[in-house]
Design a protein. Structure first.
Length: 342
């Protein structure tokens, strides 16, 4: 297995509209995360606006910062990469995975999977401008996974330092179960570290993926929003220690901390952070067994204070046994892919 240039070997995935500075800081300070990622910064013909740069390049002391760019204009991508590296991004990452129609219609994101020659030129041009770490985040393919290894080799030749593989095809969007087999194929074949991503719902599964596929690390998105302890649980498992099993009170405290982070980042807006708070609560409630009625009650409340009051009343006394938050996924509310024997 090739070693990653950051430790611990776990990353918070880029999520548009979600992984802003407050959430990244919260996860970085929670521990167990070596890298936190911004959502994509769209690079088109115009120069990158200064406010995009100030929102993206906000570093937390505990983890490296990866800033993701999306675009296919060779010179503009190189310029943006230079600017971001200069502004302090520890990693500049290229988005080769976004499946949304509004994105692929423009030939960017996952659409670049279909144009390897352009992909090579864009990454090579970025490489020439980035003295630090450069990475790409890819899907397995457009509508099948043929060519995944060839494309990965081309990215290595263009100079990426590591590769993140979201184990779905573009045609899957976010549905179905991730196919970890290609992660194993790439991890075994490539001379650079491969980070596996997709459906790592429980810490034990993240550990299993690393052990069985040879992936040098894992990147976790939605499962970390559902279970923010997944990174420290993985660190504990790797160290041979007993991972924490969070209770309802822990979940409520995490929600409070998120609320404080959202307020601090946007103090002028009275209702400005209710949307993000509800979104995060929605993810956290995915870990509560039989939460339908609770979800409806909490998410229809109008403001952050009433949400927090009601969440405290509901969650503070909730036993860990009702929560699907233990490292091994004992309640098994989420579907986990299997890696067939090689
Ligand atoms: C709301 C949301 C926004 C996302 N935005 C981005 C993005 O900006 N860039 C990117 O590369 N992937 C993005 N993704 C994909 C995730 O980074 C990740 O690859 C995917 O969710 C699978 O991993 P998971 O099962 O750990 O969530 C997004 C996913 C979600 C759910």
């Amino acid at each position: 297995m090739v070693k990653l240039p950051f430790a611990p070997a776990s990353a918070l995935a880029p999520m548009e509209g979600v992984t802003g500075p407050a959430l990244r800081a919260r996860f970085a300070s929670g521990g167990g995360v070596g890298l936190v990622c911004t959502e994509f910064v769209r690079v088109s013909r115009a120069a990158l606006p200064a406010k995009v740069l100030t929102r993206a390049v906000v570093k937390a002391p505990e983890a490296l910062l990866s800033v993701q760019v999306m675009g296919n204009e060779i010179e503009k991508m190189a310029e943006a990469a230079a600017l971001l590296a200069e502004a302090g991004a520890d990693v500049v990452d290229l988005n080769v995975g976004c499946p949304m129609p509004r994105v692929v219609r423009k030939g960017v994101g996952a659409a670049m999977l279909k144009d390897p020659a352009l992909l090579f030129r864009v990454v090579s041009a970025m490489r020439a401008q980035v003295p630090g770490l450069l990475s790409a985040k890819v899907r397995l393919g457009w509508d099948d996974d043929a060519g995944a290894l060839e494309r990965a080799r081309l990215l290595v030749d263009a100079g990426v330092d590591f590769l993140v593989v979201h184990a779905r095809r573009r045609s899957d969007l976010y549905a179905g179960v991730a196919d970890w087999r290609v992660i194993r194929e790439l991890a075994r074949a490539l001379p650079i570290p491969v980070i596996g991503n997709g459906d790592l719902w429980y810490a034990a599964d993240a550990l299993r993926l690393m052990r069985d596929s040879g992936a040098a690390g894992v990147m976790i998105g939605r499962p970390a929003l559902r279970n923010p302890w997944i990174f420290t649980q993985l660190a504990a498992l790797r160290a041979g220690e007993e991972p924490k099993r969070p209770s309802g009170e822990d979940v409520f405290e995490w929600l409070l901390a998120l609320d404080a982070g959202f307020r601090a980042r946007d103090p002028g807006k009275r209702f400005g952070h209710v949307g993000p708070l509800k979104e995060q609560l929605g993810f956290l409630l995915r870990a509560v067994d039989d939460a339908g009625a609770l979800r409806r009650r909490l998410l229809q409340l109008p403001d952050a204070d009433s949400i927090l009051r009601a969440a405290e009343a509901e969650l503070a006394s909730m036993p860990a046994s009702r929560l699907d938050l233990d490292a091994h996924g004992t309640l098994g509310l989420e579907r986990v892919p299997q890696l067939a024997e090689a």
